[in-house]
Design a protein around this ligand. Structure first.
Ligand SMILES: Cc1cc2nc3c(=O)[nH]c(=O)nc-3n(C[C@H](O)[C@H](O)[C@H](O)COP(=O)(O)O)c2cc1C
Length: 348
């Protein structure tokens, strides 16, 4: 099965509500569509006769070696998709040699992640109004082995998702939010935890996160060059150009377009990663050519999880890695460093 096959295997979801939760976007879903269109609209000027018989997909991100530049984006509430839940994503990532980003609303706690042989991971932090809780989460994540803190900044309010409104899907249940429970919050059930998120986060919150963290901080959800530049000025190690897969602000700029502005504004001062709508090896190559050091994928790994648990996750990631390898060959690049800006033509 190819990635498209996973994408269309909607019968994998237990209900229309879960399918809408995973695949839906904010408002009319325009940004979901435009994310795809923007990657597709970038044309390639491949290099000829480049001697690309053997190719090296490895790279370095935040000073750490990576097998390839394709990572698993943070996604919450994986239990709706498959009984393997977060274990499926984690095991699939390890099998495919991909770095994993653990969501604040992931199903596992830090103690479980700490036990997984070969897992290389970052912790995605949704900030809480209680600065002490943020501090505890950051410190515990680092103690458990997180190599970076990914601070998501595009959730000042939850995006209005028409699909969820139509199907009546809501995140249900009173199970504790695992990582929050682990740091000892008095009432770690979903509803009170959700209510304690800080919807007033600001640059001061980033400064606190940077001051607390002994590992690099990446700011996820940046779509403007000036914001990216401010994040670096305040001590972030880099940014993730993301519109949350079109789930937050409908008509937010597609990330393929925002990436160009962000890379230019940062001027090489920090790491730039990108997600939202990455579905093929060509997309990955384009992202790297425009200046990203790695990409993250969200829905594709959930499709894999739904189809085949951890095996499906590994299969989706392997397909993407193989497709990226093929794209490099056809574009005339034998290493990720050879995916340079001159290979790509932006739409007028
Ligand atoms: C079901 C689902 C849950 C998500 N949960 C989170 C989350 O907990 N934290 C976060 O920062 N982003 C979350 N995201 C956004 C992803 O990290 C990522 O930005 C997005 O999925 C990338 O776009 P793509 O799905 O088109 O690859 C979620 C996305 C999906 C589809």
């Amino acid at each position: 099965m190819d990635i498209e096959g996973f994408a269309t295997a909607f019968a994998i979801f237990e209900s229309e509500g879960v399918e809408g939760y995973v695949n839906g976007g904010a408002g009319q879903g325009l940004t979901v569509v435009r994310n795809r269109e923007a990657w597709d609209a970038i044309e390639v000027r491949p290099r000829s006769l480049a001697g690309v018989g053997s190719r090296d997909l490895t790279t370095t991100v935040l000073g750490k070696p990576e097998n390839h530049p394709i990572m698993v984006a943070p996604v919450g509430f994986q239990g709706y998709v498959h009984a393997d839940s977060e274990h499926g994503l984690v095991e699939g990532a390890v099998a495919a040699g991909a770095r994993y980003c653990h969501s604040t609303f992931g199903a596992s706690g830090f103690a479980e992640l700490e036990q997984v042989e070969g897992l290389r991971w970052w912790f995605q932090l949704y900030c809480f109004a209680d600065a002490g809780l943020n501090r505890s989460l950051i410190e515990r994540a680092i103690e458990a082995g997180a190599d970076a803190i990914v601070m998501t900044v595009d959730l000042a309010a939850l995006g209005h998702r028409d699909r969820d409104a139509h199907t009546g899907f809501t995140l249900r249940g009173n199970r504790p939010v695992a990582c929050v429970a682990e740091v000892g919050l008095a009432d770690p059930r979903l509803a009170p935890v959700w209510a304690s998120l800080d919807h007033d986060i600001s640059w001061a919150t980033l400064e606190q996160t940077v001051a607390t963290s002994t590992v690099p901080v990446l700011v996820k959800g940046v779509l403007r060059g000036d914001d990216a530049s401010t994040a670096i000025d305040l001590g972030a190690g880099g940014v993730i150009v993301s519109n949350h897969g079109g789930r937050q602000l409908d008509t937010a700029i597609p990330t393929a377009r925002a990436l160009v502005d962000v890379v230019e504004a940062m001027g090489g001062r920090g790491e730039v990663l990108v997600d939202s709508g990455i579905r093929s090896g060509n997309d990955v190559a384009k992202a790297l050519g425009l200046g990203a050091s790695a990409v993250l994928v969200g829905r594709p790994v959930l499709w894999g999880l739904g189809v085949g648990g951890h095996v499906g996750v590994a299969q989706v990631l392997d397909l993407l890695v193989q497709d990226f390898d093929r794209s490099m060959a056809l574009m005339g690049a034998s290493s990720v460093g050879q995916l340079t800006r001159d290979l790509f033509v932006l739409p007028k």
